[in-house]
Design a protein around this ligand. Structure first.
Ligand SMILES: *Cc1c(COP(=O)(O)O)cnc(C)c1O
Length: 415
């Protein structure tokens, strides 16, 4: 007998999806022991949208289905990079109408930013120094672990080979520019989990650092639709020089309630270069184009028509309404936490409210208290990284009735 096929040992380094399973375990244990409280439990933990899909998107998708039902308007495989009608609508509405220099052939349509932020590693070589914020959306870390770009995790869950950039109240949850040179930097603003936004000055400083150090910023703007303050940037390409050092990820998941429908896009500017081992500069755009046409066959025509409809007059009004609903929830949650005398962050240009636990209370203790006393599920900050300890996240993705009930119960908490 020969030995078996080898597996990718990098997967064995991953922390076993600790956060959400542990939340599930604690909620189950509580509801099994408290049958009458079980029905009262309200989940404000996960970052998934809850409200109905905009009518304009539904109408467009129904129409697209009917087109496919007629041999004369039937469509099979579409372009791997996305249909021109959607690439053009995105470019116009998100970029050129706002005087941002992005062209339609730099926009690559996909079925999600989660996949894109992971898949992008295909076009980077090994040996890059990675900088990742802490706390963080776990996908950035785990995909680098899977790709073999890190060493093992230590007892605190930190992986060797990653430069962690702490985001705390002291730096308004926007990391300091590192002293050392790094090659790839993950930034997400408005931020999940902290709900923080970055100012023009802060993002410009990062772009300047990237340019000076030949680094590349992977900018996740999944929550840009929640920005209402006109002074806050919504795209990294609003910064001078960003076309030379940034890739931007955007998604219709939170923008149009598309978490179940699946549509997103990535912008790779044609002017963005990276280096070969021998020091030659080459553009990344053809690599991403090649990667997508080899490993991906495009997003469903139906879904792309649905996404396009979000840019119609009706679609825009319905998206605005959806965002206003969630941001109304965020305002109520913020106010409830403030009334409890807790220190509150985020929730003003992002659908997450990030709250500092009372002195001496850990984020898991806070989780237990909210579950047991208020029957409300929140997310402990420590689950997003070591620097999240001492904070918890409340998601604004919920019905208004649920949020009002959560606020009532929070105000009744006793210490
Ligand atoms: C929700 C979310 C996304 C969107 O992911 P999709 O795969 O497009 O649904 C991307 N980044 C962050 C940080 C998110 O929270």
């Amino acid at each position: 007998m020969g030995i078996m096929a080898y597996l990718n040992e990098n997967y064995l380094k991953l922390k076993a999806g600790y956060l959400f399973p542990e939340i599930g375990r604690r909620v189950n244990a509580f509801t099994e022991a408290n049958a009458e409280a079980a029905a009262r439990v309200i989940r404000c933990g996960i970052g998934d949208v809850t409200e109905a899909l905009p009518q304009a998107a539904r109408d467009a998708m129904h129409k697209a289905v009917d087109e496919l039902g007629d041999r004369n308007s039937f469509r099979g495989y579409g372009p791997e990079q996305g249909y021109p009608f959607l690439r053009d609508a995105i470019t116009r509405n998100f970029y050129t109408d706002r005087n941002i220099d992005v062209s339609a052939d730099e926009v690559f349509i996909s079925d999600g930013s989660k996949c894109d932020t992971g898949n992008i590693l295909d076009i980077f070589g090994s040996g890059n120094t990675l900088a990742i914020t802490d706390p963080v959306y776990p996908v950035y870390v785990d995909t680098n672990v899977m790709a073999g770009n890190t060493g093992d995790a230590d007892d605190s869950g930190a992986f060797a080979g990653i430069v962690y950039l702490p985001c705390t109240a002291e730096n308004q949850f926007v990391p300091e520019i590192p002293e050392q040179k790094v090659d790839l930097i993950y930034l997400c603003y408005p931020n999940n989990p902290t709900g923080a936004t970055a100012t023009r000055e802060q993002l410009s400083a990062w772009v300047n650092y990237a340019k000076a150090n030949n680094a590349i910023i992977l900018f996740d703007a999944a929550y840009e639709a929640f920005v209402s303050d006109p002074a806050i940037p919504r795209s990294i390409y609003e910064m001078e020089g960003a076309r030379d050092c940034c890739i931007e990820f955007r998604s219709f998941s939170k923008h149009g309630g598309f978490t179940g429908v699946r549509c997103a896009f990535t912008v790779v500017p044609k002017s963005l270069m990276a280096s070969t081992q021998s020091g030659e500069q080459k553009p990344l755009h053809p690599l991403w184009s090649r990667r997508q046409s080899t490993k991906f066959n495009g997003v469903s025509y139906i879904v792309q028509r649905g996404a396009e409809a979000l840019f119609s007059d009706d679609g825009k009004a319905q998206v605005d309404e959806l965002i206003a609903h969630y941001m109304g929830n965020a305002k109520l949650l913020r106010e409830a936490a403030i009334e409890l005398n807790l220190e509150v962050f985020g929730g003003e240009n992002a659908p997450y409210v990030w709250v500092r636990c009372p002195a001496g209370v850990s984020s898991w203790e806070m989780f237990d208290k909210m579950l047991e006393q208020a029957n409300v599920v929140i997310t402990p900050g420590a689950g997003f990284g070591a620097a999240g300890e001492g904070y918890f996240r409340i998601s604004a993705f919920n019905s208004r009735a649920n949020v009002e009930e959560v606020c009532r119960r929070m105000k009744a908490l006793t210490w």
